[in-house]
Design a protein around this ligand. Structure first.
Ligand code: KG4
Ligand code: ZN
Length: 338
């Protein structure tokens, strides 16, 4: 156990298309600054090479802004944390190299953080956090997992998507509707004014606690193809109802298996995390399910749902307390199991 009065951590997140830096002192996140790269919208998805270049341009101003916002000087920082993976290798390399460079120049340790664990750890930024053990449905653009959290940074994956992630299901169906990337927030917005039962899309039949979203994607694709053959304006005329129906189906799939996990484990502390946990329909449905099943439900603040360095900082804080530092030659990793 490390002892020090004021543990100040500078954390960097650069695993995908958000360049983010955060400052955390004694487990309190004082600044969380992000630059969400806009360049990818015109390509309909993240272009890895453009993402790494944008991280290179963004990282210094973002770190500077985080230090200023927290009122902290670089010399006060005790450790540099970074997302080691999983993610886009070129993007990760920018954050990892930057962290190593600063740490070496200041003579302070580095702390490597697992991106998906960090999404879960975002819950500890708030004082009202779940108690161990709890279940966390982690839903992002690349992952969908039901995780049993037994301690800080100690987690067991109980179930995961066998194909597309929930965020991908949002983004890919949004693309079919002609919406720009990332489509999840747009589906969320249009769904608010639509009828969730207007159209019926297929739900998977997966054993255990795993997920599948590829069938839903195909069923939306074929349905839109058939309808637009009959009426070329079908999408424009029904956009709100289509979005509400897609969102409703994704939420039903997510919560059905989460409920099963809660029943099988007997755990009633239930959390959600990751970009898709910003979805208003999911947050509402989870709260309703929680009330019915006597769960205590935890939903992160919007700022800490999508990729952010605050979650990396809080993960690192608990690793710092245990003295879990990384060697300077630690590599970034695109794939990394939990
Ligand atoms: O966690 P995240 O920021 O990045 C990854 O680690 O992948 O998640 C990004 C995903 C995207 O698929 C995006 O469309 C989705 O989160 N997302 C949403 C919403 N906000 C972000 N999906 C549905 N509703 C939202 N409000
Ligand atoms: Zn993420």
């Amino acid at each position: 156990m490390q002892t020090k009065d004021n543990i100040c951590i500078l954390a960097i997140e650069s695993s995908c298309d958000d360049t983010s830096a955060a400052i955390c002192i004694n487990g309190k996140v004082l600044a969380n600054v992000s630059n969400s790269q806009k360049i990818h919208a015109e390509y309909g998805g993240v272009v890895p090479e453009l993402a790494s270049r944008a991280h290179i341009s963004n990282i210094v101003p973002v770190v500077d802004a985080a230090l200023k916002r927290a009122g902290v000087g670089m010399s006060e920082v005790d450790a540099i944390a970074f997302t080691r993976g999983p993610g886009l290798l070129g993007s990760l390399l920018v954050g990892v190299s930057f962290a190593k460079g600063i740490a070496q120049s200041l003579g302070i340790p580095i702390i490597d953080v697992h991106h998906m664990k960090a999404h879960v750890m975002a819950h500890f930024i708030d004082d009202d956090h779940p108690s161990f053990p709890f279940l966390c449905l982690t839903v992002s653009g690349g992952h969908t997992q039901i995780i049993k959290v037994v301690d800080y940074n100690e987690m067991e994956v109980l179930g995961k998507s066998l194909d597309d992630a929930a965020g991908e299901a949002f983004d890919k169906t949004a693309k079919m509707l002609g919406l720009s990337y990332p489509g999840g927030p747009l589906i969320d917005k249009y769904a608010a004014e639509g009828n969730p039962k207007a159209f019926k899309f297929s739900k998977p039949n997966v054993k255990g606690l795993d997920y599948s979203f590829s069938g839903l994607k195909t069923s939306v694709l074929y349905y839109l193809r058939d309808q637009t053959e009959k009426n070329p304006n079908f999408i424009e005329e029904n956009l709100h109802d289509i979005c509400a129906s897609i969102q409703y189906t994704i939420i039903e799939i997510l919560l059905k298996t989460l409920k099963k996990a809660a029943e099988e484990t007997g755990i009633k502390e239930i959390a959600i995390a990751g970009g898709v946990s910003a979805n208003k329909g999911l947050r509402k449905a989870l709260n309703e399910m929680g009330e019915k099943n006597n769960w205590k439900v935890y939903v992160p603040a919007f700022e800490y749902c999508t990729d952010n360095a605050g979650m990396v900082a809080i993960s690192a804080y608990y690793k710092y307390l245990k003295g879990e530092f990384a060697p300077l030659d630690i590599p970034a990793v695109a794939r990394w199991s939990m």
